[in-house]
Design a protein around this ligand. Structure first.
Ligand code: URA
Length: 270
């Protein structure tokens, strides 16, 4: 029989978890869901369905260890390349079953704002608020991002499109793994190509790494670079601090403001 004191102790532990902000049961480290599919393909009906329905006919894979990831990326590449409009790409991302993060997410968070805008902002991944609503940057960090953009005459309704390098919320808001960003990348590249912006604002270290292969947002911010998409097109890109970082470290806002002014100048050129 369970002692009353044990029940009270369990309740106290749960209360403590809730107060500490724990809102779901996850492990302490990112789980490599692709490796689970290697161990037991039957446990991955989503990847299997991608393989049958969407993957282009592929030669025998050289590395059986990475077949699931490779095929998910190939499927994403084929689907993204077939999209010629924002609406088609949004539908393709929403129908895609090759990213294991989708299993734990409530919504696909594709993009928000003005398709075809001359400014495209790319952040890291949806958080809890974004997952609930299905739009990027709607929580506290998103509200700060909106205020930052407004300071240079930018908003979602008229001249800015906002998205992320990942379309589904990672468990407990952990940083996306390299495999997860690799699977989403063909869609992100196609979104950039279809939007055809004058400039891409890269918000934070994770999208910096995913889009440019560079680590260290502290040194990289404020320096213009180029994103090269899968289709071989190049776009000017400016890394800056993520607004969530600025909420924790308001002293960084001075440098973020310098980045925004640089962005504004570039957008007003020609
Ligand atoms: N942080 C991000 O990077 N993206 C969002 O959509 C929300 C928070």
């Amino acid at each position: 029989m369970v002692e009353v004191s044990e029940v009270e102790a369990a309740r106290a532990l749960l209360r403590w978890y809730a107060e500490m902000g724990v809102d779901e049961a996850v492990g302490p480290a990112p789980a490599d869901l692709y490796s689970w599919t290697r161990l037991d393909p039957a446990a991955a009906p989503r990847l299997e369905s991608v393989r049958k329905a969407d993957a282009p006919a592929a030669p025998a894979p050289p590395d059986p260890e990475s077949i699931s990831t490779d095929e998910a990326i190939k499927a994403a590449e084929a689907l993204a390349a077939a999209c010629d409009s924002y609406e088609a790409l949004e539908a393709a991302v929403k129908a895609f079953e090759g990213c294991p993060l989708k299993t734990g997410a409530k919504n696909t968070v594709f993009a928000d704002g003005t398709p075809g805008a001359d400014l495209l902002v790319i952040g890291e991944a949806p958080g809890r608020d974004e997952d609930q609503i299905g739009k990027p940057f709607v929580g506290r960090a998103g509200q700060l991002l909106d205020r930052m953009l407004a300071a240079i005459g930018r908003d979602r309704t008229s001249n800015t499109l906002i998205s992320n390098v990942i379309f589904w919320r990672p468990p407990a808001n952990r940083t996306p793994t390299a495999l997860e960003t690799a699977v989403c990348r063909p869609f992100v590249d196609r979104l950039i190509e279809i939007t055809d912006p004058k400039a891409v604002l890269i918000a934070g270290g994770a999208p910096l790494q995913a889009l440019l292969g560079i680590t260290g947002i502290m040194r990289a911010r404020g320096v213009w670079r180029e994103i090269e998409t899968a289709g071989g097109k190049r776009y000017p890109a400016l890394p800056t601090y993520h607004p969530a970082f600025l909420l924790r470290q308001p002293a960084g806002k001075r440098l973020a403001w310098a980045d925004l002014q640089s962005l504004d100048r570039r957008l007003k050129e020609h």
